[in-house]
Every structure is written in C-alpha cells, then in structure tokens.
Design a protein around this ligand. Structure first.
Ligand SMILES: NC(=O)c1ccc[n+]([C@@H]2O[C@H](COP(=O)([O-])OP(=O)(O)OC[C@H]3O[C@@H](n4cnc5c(N)ncnc54)[C@H](OP(=O)(O)O)[C@@H]3O)[C@@H](O)[C@H]2O)c1
Length: 252
C-alpha cells in the first residue's frame, strides 16, 4: 500500500539511523515530526527532507522528560494531523560500566529514554491510530537481545532493549484486528555516533572483549551504513505483519 500523505513521528531523527528513516519516509510522501535534543542536528535533517521535496517538523525534546515529550507530541499532531506511523528510534547506550557498584538510579534512568518514552508515545498516539483503523509502531531494538551476554558492561542497555521488545510483542497481540501493527526492528551494527561513542567512551567501561569487538567491526568495515539499515526497516513498513522481530540485512 502507498504511505503517501501519511504523517510520522520519528525519535532520534537528528542523525544516524533516525535521520535516514526520516529521509526515506519523505521519499514516500510521508511528513515527519523529528524529535531529538540537538536543535542543529534536527534542523540539518529537516533541511535534507525539504531538499527532497518532503515536509518535516523539528521538535526539540528530551525523552527523559515526560513533559517535554508530551508537548512535542501535541505539536506534531496539531501541525501534521493524526500520526499514523511512530518510529521509536532514539536510545541511550549509557550507563556503560561494571555492574559492581553501579548506582541503581543511574541504571534505571536508561529505562526512561529507552522504554518509558517509546511506550508513552505509543499509548498517546494509539487512540488516533485505532480510530483510523490503521497505524504502524516500530520500536528500534538491538541484536543484543538475542545474545544478552554479548555486551559486557552494557547491562542497562541490554535490559532496556529486552523490555522494549517484550512491550512491543505484547502490544501487537493486544492490537490484533485493529489495523494497527507493532513490530521490533534490530538495525544491525551501523556506522553511527553510537558506535563511535562505544569505541571511544566505552574503553575501560565495557569489557576488553566487548570493546575489541566494536573496534574490529569498525576496522574491518563490517558496519552497515545508516541508510542501508533505515531502508531495510522502511521496506517492511507497508506490510500488515505485526508482532514480528525484523532483522537488518547482513552487511556482506
Ligand atoms: N548503531 C548501531 O550499531 C546500533 C546497533 C543496535 C541498535 N541500535 C539502535 O538504533 C537506534 C538508533 O541509534 P543510532 O546508532 O542511529 O544512534 P545515534 O547516531 O547516536 O542517534 C541517536 C539519536 O537519538 C537521539 N536521542 C538520544 N537520546 C535522546 C533523548 N534523551 N531525547 C531525545 N532524543 C535522544 C539523538 O539525538 P540527541 O543526542 O540530540 O538527543 C540522536 O538523534 C537506537 O535505538 C540504538 O539503540 C543501533
């Protein structure tokens, strides 16, 4: 089906995979509300969308702050109309570090950004989607959920992505028959700021083996480009499939 004329909200659209998702949506005639904290990055994405003849609305908001998120969402609906496509792409990989001595509040703060914010957006936008009889919720997760022991020093991140996937699949079952789908996207290892952050800031915080894995992926050029990963997600968007875990293509 054509998505032309629909409206989307994409979190983390200032750079990386989220920016490419917004650009691909623009190419399909979808107007996007772009959410992130960095105004200059959002405005770069918006300029790129507009350069391709698309429509974008930049909304500066911190997913850790429910009031700022809810204000952004209200503006998205009032300026773009009912949001039919929600791509919860933004996430934090922090806190990184050993669990021994970890401050529980710091550990739990990742839940706010990686789980509570995406779920809150879905809860708020669902009434409109269900009423329209059509909607798409995509929660961007990580392949780490399939191998929870693979990212040593990333306990919070691994925990939040597993929770996000359980939330998504349970939601999909609840929405069965409504026309609104909910799916998980695992984007693969992608050449973005998040990967660069783990290579630089993760040294001495994630385990040596985990750090070496991230360094190797970069050196051996086995990372997907953000565009490759985004396009693999976008290719599934029109389908009626729900309750699925979509994997990124193999980079080789
Ligand atoms: N890159 C990979 O290899 C990889 C692998 C597996 C999964 N993923 C997942 O893919 C998604 C996108 O990651 P990426 O690699 O494209 O990361 P990225 O380049 O670091 O981009 C993250 C985006 O999220 C936004 N963001 C982060 N914290 C936010 C907050 N508190 N409030 C609002 N926006 C926030 C960032 O903008 P601001 O900082 O300006 O707010 C940025 O626009 C994430 O869910 C990540 O977990 C990535």
């Amino acid at each position: 089906m054509s998505l032309n004329g629909k409206a989307a909200l994409v979190t983390g659209a200032g750079r990386g995979i989220g920016r490419e998702i917004a650009l691909a949506l623009a190419g399909m005639g979808v107007a996007s509300a772009l959410v992130a904290r960095s105004a200059h990055e959002l405005s770069e994405t918006a300029d790129m969308v507009e350069g391709r003849g698309g429509k974008a609305l930049s909304l500066v908001a911190d997913l850790a702050d429910s009031a700022s998120l809810s204000k952004a969402m209200d503006r998205a609906v009032s300026e773009l109309g009912p949001i039919g496509i929600l791509v919860n792409n933004a996430a934090t990989v922090e806190p990184l570090g050993p669990s021994a001595g970890m401050d529980p509040a710091t550990w739990a703060s990742s839940l706010g950004i990686n789980v509570i914010a995406p779920a809150s957006l879905a809860f708020a936008l669902l009434p409109g989607m269900v009423e329209a009889g059509w909607g798409r919720i995509i929660n961007v997760s990580s392949g780490v959920v399939a191998r929870p022991g693979a990212m040593i020093g990333g306990n919070a991140y691994t925990m939040t992505k597993a929770a996000l996937e359980a939330h998504t699949l349970n939601l999909a079952a609840e929405l069965d028959g409504t026309g609104v789908t909910a799916n998980v996207y695992r984007p693969g290892s992608v050449d973005t700021a998040m990967q660069a952050f783990i290579r630089t800031e993760g040294k001495g915080r994630v385990s040596e083996a985990t750090h070496a894995h991230f360094m190797r992926n970069h050196e051996h050029k086995t990372l997907l480009t953000p565009e490759q990963s985004a396009l693999a997600l976008i290719a599934r968007l029109a389908s009626d499939a729900s309750g699925e875990i979509w994997d990124a293509p193999d980079p080789h």
